[in-house]
Design a protein around this ligand. Sequence first.
Ligand code: ADP
Ligand code: MG
Length: 641
Amino acid sequence: MDSNPDAGSEGSEMVKVNLLQDDIEARVAMRAKISSTPFTRLTKRQPIDIEFSDLTYTIPTGRKGSKLILRGISGQFRSGELTAIMGPSGAGKSTLLNILAGYKHVGASGQININGEPRNIRKFKKMSCYIMQDDLHQPQITVHEAMCFAADLKLGSKVERREKLSTIDEILETLRLTKAKDTVTERLSGGEMKRLSIALELVNNPPVIFLDEPTTGLDDLSTVQCIDLLRSVACGGRTVICSIHTPSASNFAKFHQVYVVAAGQCVYRGLANGVVPFLRHVGADCPKHYNPADFVIEVSSGEYGAEYVERMMNLVEAQMPIDPIARKTIKDTQFQDEIDRTTWWDQFSALSRRLMLQFYRNRNYMYLKISLHIFLGFIVGGIFINIGTDGSKTLFNFGFCFCCLVVFLYLPMLPVLMHFPMEVRLLKREHFNRWYDLGPYFFAKTLSTIPPQIFLGTIYLSMVYPITGQPLEAWRAARFFSICYLCSLIGESIGLAIGSTLSIVNGMFVGPASSVPLMLVSIQGMGNPEPLPLYRTLVMYSSYIRYGLEGLIISAYGEGRRKLSCPPEEDYCQYRYPIALLKVMGMEENMFWRDFIALVGINIILKAVIFYLLRQRLRPNKTFQALRVIGGFVKGYISLK
Ligand code: ADP
Ligand code: MG
């Protein structure tokens, strides 16, 4: 018998260590298995090789003229390979990715070939996706829900739900997101957010994936996982191109190809393990135990002298010619060439469901809005209490109508100015990656905003209407309410139109500032019996508030309303006869339906304007491109002054 108690514990320690070792080996084997057989469920796609030559990109910079950001660079990225675009900050990595992915093309020149043929941008977009540096995700939904919506939008109803769910499970498992499946996107860690961005794009398996600095901001472990994942995605036959900022030596070795950019020029292209011999060749010997990735960036940023950069450029030109890629013409039916868009209805229904879910998740915000409308109902009702039946306060009642219009301009507009610019950024990305068209999004968005707006309007109006003593006749109330609804929808549309073009900061200024003249011109000439000159009348009717005011006043006082009571303490009630008020306001003709139709028309026109502005945001035409260039020029000019 063993009398030494230590021997027993030592033995169990040994067993523990062995078990741990076994566990690690099992995990490594599993990782290798995942890397070699990634994503068995995804649709097979044709391999895509990208070649570009003499790519130049210039941007105008105010008085100085223009700035050359890419200086005629060439290269090729092959399918089945993970390529890193490296370089010091400001070298032009993001710019190169933007141009190759087709995200930017104004100011770019040069030749880009896809599988040996000139790139057709429309066709290419159907085969590629671009994951940008900052991760933007739809708020208020969980990882699994985000994946399901992505699958519904990209795969449509042709693919069965069961199949979609197993594809999603496989992707989440491979990207180690299964544990975060039920986490809301806003609460994900940086690494999880990045992996979710990749997971969302993998749903329809695009053959080309561009990523801008996918590892920046991630911790070491997340970085390793992210690069392993990208490598396994590439090994599955896709072309994966990512820009990266000084990877560790072990991560650097995982890239199949490296493309180094410095000051807009290529200073190295080739295998990752060819960097050190290349640098030795130009006279910059990488010290032992030094990270070659750090070293190549240091040399290319000119830290050891500009002559090395010069030599690197010359050597690339002389010794690294771009050989045409030997390509077997694969005409196999198992490959689906382009990724088709799903039907209009599939997109519309998925987007509507997503908007409704987000609305439901964000219900506290709705409760806040309801409370605010009730609060305002009490305040406005209290200020104008019982003035509707009082013949001595008819003019105050005009003030009440105006106040309602102001409420229905600002309350719907301000939240939209805050939210919409962010939503447009998301729309831009999802649309660029071809998740959906603008049409279904626009209709889903428009339809989803109308019911809450009407609901909130009803809460406010059903308080103030009786409190302020407005006529309790159903048809008058219906007219009054409907004019208010139309005006609140216009207020919201103004917010959407501004938010679709301007940033939050600019929009928050422009929105309220531009609504002031709208209010002022609507009441010009009131109280003055002289008719207005034509030009002032035209200006007056250019404001929708004028139609709103007329509609409300006529609903309350028009169409033969009887004379109002004059309180005994008043000697004389000048406007106790409703017609007297209508006369002084210039509204004695019954123009309710004209105003109603005008407001409906303005709503429709504004919706068309929003659609047009969003379209220009997504795909600017020549005029908008020119405006953007002029804007950039003016900004540059002002900042130089
Ligand atoms: P990085 O390699 O860090 O991704 P970028 O491609 O983002 O670099 O930018 C390359 C260079 O172009 C930088 O010097 C940047 O300042 C400049 N640049 C990019 N966009 C603009 C712009 N709109 N106006 C002026 N300079 C710009
Ligand atoms: Mg960048």
